[in-house]
Write a protein that binds this ligand. Structure first.
Ligand code: NAD
Length: 282
């Protein structure tokens, strides 16, 4: 992915698109709240929603990065400090957003943390913290926007689950548990809120090139060597997830509710078996 600039989504040949350029203004006049928007997937989502015409409220606990992302987006961005596990913080974000724009059309529950440890070595304090941020944080977000979306009779909520909620791997017990929980939260919310015109869906990314999965800042090529078991033979860029979030946030997905969109280059489609035709490199 080359870049995402305000108002314009560029798809690169390297990632399967033609060098197509298209104006997307699907969210003109709408307001979106994005959590964990300082960097990584959240920042890409915020850029993409703003490019589609939304006023975006960027929230995070990383002040400096939040500032940089908000400045990059420009006029369509406002930033608010929010620890997603803080219920009062959510009230403040919703109140200030309604005071500023009078509406909340989209919520993207993106903030999350990851920890690597076997279950035996996972400190219960860390387990609780991870669930508090990844699961309770999303629940609190949902709960905070329900009244205003209900009275508007519309809304779109997108939660970040993970391919780990389809095919978990060792050393990520707390994280996988949290991302399975997001599926349950998404489906229940879709059932309860669908009758009010509110759609709730989740995305399930595979390996995305962000500080979470690539803290050392490896190059694309080096990173790709870690993803040889993925049919597409690479990890993905945040903008590729942001494109799917934009789809689920906009009326392009008007009949998607309770859906779980896997975006993992085929990682969870199945397994390659060495020695049987069809595996890469044979
Ligand atoms: N990177 C991947 O490969 C991948 C794959 C599947 C799912 N995801 C999910 O996507 C989401 C974004 O991940 P990312 O890769 O961009 O990670 P990241 O670490 O780059 O960004 C996460 C953001 O969440 C923020 N955050 C952490 N705790 C917070 C809290 N208590 N309150 C508010 N903000 C908080 C961080 O400050 C950071 O800006 C997460 O939910 C993650 O689980 C990521």
């Amino acid at each position: 992915m080359r870049s995402v600039t305000p108002g314009v989504l560029l798809l690169s040949r390297a990632h399967g698109g033609e060098a197509a350029m298209s104006e997307i203004k699907k969210l003109e006049g709408q307001t979106a709240i994005v959590t964990g928007a300082a960097r990584g997937i959240g920042a890409a989502v915020a850029e993409s929603l703003a490019a589609a015409g939304a006023t975006v409220v960027l929230t995070d606990i990383l002040d400096e990065d939040l500032d940089k992302t908000a400045r990059r987006i420009g006029d369509r961005a406002t930033k608010v400090y929010l620890d997603v596990s803080d219920e009062n913080g959510w009230k403040k974000v919703v109140d200030s957003t309604l005071a500023d724009t009078g509406r909340i059309d989209v919520l993207v529950n993106n903030a999350g943390i990851l920890a690597f440890a076997t279950l035996e070595d996972t400190d219960p304090v860390l387990f609780r913290k991870l669930l508090d941020i990844n699961v309770t944080g999303s629940f609190l977000g949902l709960r905070a926007v329900i009244p205003t979306m209900k009275s508007a009779g519309s809304g779109a909520i997108v939660n970040l689950s993970s391919s780990s909620a389809v095919l978990p791997h060792n050393g990520t017990g707390a994280y996988a548990a949290s991302k399975f929980a997001i599926r349950g939260l998404t489906r229940t919310a879709a059932l309860e809120l669908g009758p009010y015109g509110i759609r709730v869906n989740c995305v399930m990314p595979g390996g995305v090139n962000t500080p979470m999965t690539n803290p050392q800042g490896l190059s694309q090529e080096d990173l790709a060597t870690r993803f040889r078991f993925v049919p597409q033979q690479r990890g993905c860029e945040p903008a590729e997830i942001a494109a799917a979030v934009l789809f689920l946030a906009s009326s392009d997905s008007s009949y998607c509710n309770g859906s779980e969109l896997v975006i993992d280059g085929g990682m969870t489609a199945g397994l390659y078996v060495a020695g049987i035709p069809g595996a890469p490199g044979q």
